[in-house]
Design a protein around this ligand. Structure first.
Ligand code: ZN
Length: 83
């Protein structure tokens, strides 16, 4: 199977006041195989942990979702780099 892209979003990128119960910046990170899944998981996090209304943050979350998955780990790349 080809490597699936991974979408990730980090909590404190869009919640500048996001701190955990110890007053430390929240470092919660979501990784998901689809953008929608990442959005859903982060919405649940901000609602549960930060008591924020995720509807207010939807656009912020979306703006902070990044995609990875083009890297391979220790094996040859797919379809390129033949010697
Ligand atoms: Zn958080």
């Amino acid at each position: 199977m080809p490597t699936a892209p991974t979408f990730y979003v980090r909590c404190n990128h869009f919640l500048s006041l996001a701190v955990d119960e110890n007053g430390q910046p929240c470092r919660f990170m979501v990784k998901a195989s689809t953008e929608n899944e990442a959005l859903t998981q982060m919405s649940q996090h901000v609602q549960k942990v930060h008591k924020q209304n995720p509807k207010d943050l939807m656009n912020n979350i979306k703006a902070c979702i990044h995609q990875t998955g083009t890297k391979t780990f220790g094996t040859r790349g797919v379809g390129s780099g033949h010697h």
